[in-house]
Design a binder for this molecule. Structure first.
Ligand code: SF4
Length: 357
């Protein structure tokens, strides 16, 4: 009998791949559809429960495939009903994912890597560095797990943001494959326009993404309007000057016609002064973009402050008065370590301190 680690992860393959497997095993083509419908539409996580398949076939599939591979290692719910899960993979690595309920949408925030190579100084996950890439199936599994949780609360999962731990474009092939599975009508069937990938900005991969035949949203974590300050806050930014990033975003718009979102994590006393606002306006005028301002969630042990609401309002006004389209993102799950990496760290899964901007 095959041992667990030799089994393939069903969530990491497309319907086409699984149909090819069925064909090799001389199984009728409709079996692949039946299994996928069971997994994605009826929430089946275990072959033994697939009552529409014969017992020998269920056994055969269970010998070669696993539907899910993680076990829940922790779960926390905030007073605003934001729900954070820590999943433990078979190699003991852990990933955080968050379900964010709102009046009109149910959003899953999922991770793309275990740890993160970007090492933002305000973030717990960055301090531990990259441990490994998440596989496509592991990325899909986070989304599927949160979709089931959402359904158990009577709501369909409507949006996906790849904004958890990790730099998605540094795990490009796995992330794109996972997004295609999440988007597919035989998969989680979540519309491409309801899927957002957030990156610190890798110009080559931004152009590669523009050439993909998929209409997802792109968000750039800028966090500072000058190279000097940005490189202090985001060490990986040393690889890419803001000018190169602006050019990649311009090319992206030219190829796709889609505006990007500039994410700006407002750190009290660090990047919220008048010169920062004005420089940010100048940058925004060079791109087709809107700005998402995020007020920093304080992390114990890190010396960054959350700006108060009047400082935030003032910064917003500076941008709006100069014609920039800006929104302030609501802070969610403040009472459950909802900023990324904090759950992993507090349960011993990460060495550092984290907060995703
Ligand atoms: S904020 Fe995001 S990109 Fe920066 S270190 Fe943390 S997980 Fe990585």
């Amino acid at each position: 009998m095959a041992i667990e680690s030799e089994k393939k992860h069903l969530l990491g393959v497309t319907l086409e791949d699984f149909a090819a497997y069925c064909d090799e095993q001389n199984l009728p083509a409709y079996r692949a559809k039946q299994v996928f419908e069971w997994v994605y539409k009826h929430g089946g996580g275990d072959f033994s429960a697939m009552s529409n398949l014969s017992k020998p076939l269920r056994q055969q599939l269970a010998e070669h495939w696993m539907v899910t591979t993680a076990v829940p290692a922790d779960r926390r719910e905030a007073t605003d009903h934001t729900l954070k899960l820590l999943l433990r993979w078979p190699d003991e690595a852990t990933s955080e994912c968050v379900l964010i309920p709102d009046d009109r949408r149910q959003t899953a925030c999922i991770s793309s890597q275990v740890g993160c190579p970007v090492r933002c100084v305000f973030c717990a996950s960055g301090h531990g560095g990259l441990q490994r890439q998440l596989k496509a199936g592991e990325i899909v599994e986070q989304a599927l797990t949160l979709a089931r949780l959402s359904e158990s609360q009577g709501q369909r999962l409507s949006h996906i943001v790849v904004m958890g731990i990790g730099e998605p474009l540094a795990n490009y092939n796995n992330v794109i494959k996972a997004i295609r599975i999440i988007n597919a009508d035989w998969g989680l069937n979540i519309g491409a326009r309801k899927i957002t990938v957030s990156t610190v900005g890798l110009p080559k991969q931004i152009r590669q993404l523009a050439a993909e035949d998929i209409q997802i949203n792109l968000a750039i974590s800028l966090h500072a309007p000058t190279d000097e300050l940005r490189q202090e806050l985001i060490p990986w930014a040393k690889n890419t000057r803001i000018d190169e990033l602006v050019q990649a975003v311009r090319d992206y718009f030219k190829a796709t016609g889609r505006e990007v979102t500039i994410e700006y994590l407002l750190l009290g006393g660090v990047n919220d002064k008048v010169e920062h606002a004005h420089r940010l306006v100048t940058l925004c005028r060079r791109m087709r973009c809107n700005v998402n301002l995020i007020r920093y969630n304080p992390v114990p042990g890190l010396d960054f402050q959350r700006p108060d609401s009047s400082a935030t309002h003032w910064f917003v006004q500076q941008l709006r008065e100069r014609g920039v389209n800006v929104h302030v993102r609501k802070s969610r799950g403040l009472d459950i370590d909802a900023a990324c990496g904090q759950l992993r760290r507090s349960t011993g899964g990460a060495k550092g301190t984290a907060v995703r901007g």
